[in-house]
Design a protein around this ligand. Sequence first.
Ligand SMILES: Cc1cc2nc3c(=O)[nH]c(=O)nc-3n(C[C@H](O)[C@H](O)[C@H](O)COP(=O)(O)OP(=O)(O)OC[C@H]3O[C@@H](n4cnc5c(N)ncnc54)[C@H](O)[C@@H]3O)c2cc1C
Length: 150
Amino acid sequence: MLERGAAVGDEVLIVDDGEGGWKGIALALQLAADGKRVHLSTPLPYVGAALGPFTQNKLVPRVAEAGIVRHPFSLLTAVDDDGVTLRTDGKPNRLTGIDTVILAGWHEPVTDLYFDLKPRHASVRRVGDAVASRTMLESIHEAERVARRV
Ligand SMILES: Cc1cc2nc3c(=O)[nH]c(=O)nc-3n(C[C@H](O)[C@H](O)[C@H](O)COP(=O)(O)OP(=O)(O)OC[C@H]3O[C@@H](n4cnc5c(N)ncnc54)[C@H](O)[C@@H]3O)c2cc1C
């Protein structure tokens, strides 16, 4: 959506699949700033639950101030022409008027470069999101560990 120019409607549901990280919140804040009505669902007890407490202290109030409607303890169960259905606290939770659903959670790693180079160079190592989609901290930490062995 951010890079490929997909159209976004006026009322958007962003679905965090349990990653609880930056993507859902960053997208929600951007779309709210763009004037969209934004919902953010997460199966976790609150949005951004996987972020550190110092980040949460700054970020979660911004989500509230931006008027983003939060749906904790929620899983997406259906999308149809009139809206979406979440399962919230174990019960169906119908949201009408949603015209765009964005999945913002775990992503598949992009590994082509690694598997292309690996058979040709004995010293090739894989770090960061090429292993699994996480945060910059893991990428930096894993890269440093590899670099220290060189
Ligand atoms: C919307 C969003 C917000 C985020 N916000 C945060 C945040 O605030 N804080 C945080 O810690 N993390 C955040 N993350 C996660 C963070 O961006 C990633 O964890 C981090 O960028 C991973 O670093 P990396 O170097 O492993 O991979 P990348 O940053 O993805 O770098 C890999 C690079 O390799 C290039 N590449 C891939 N295949 C090839 C190829 N075959 N040939 C040449 N080049 C290739 C890619 O184009 C890319 O430039 C966010 C992620 C998203 C999607």
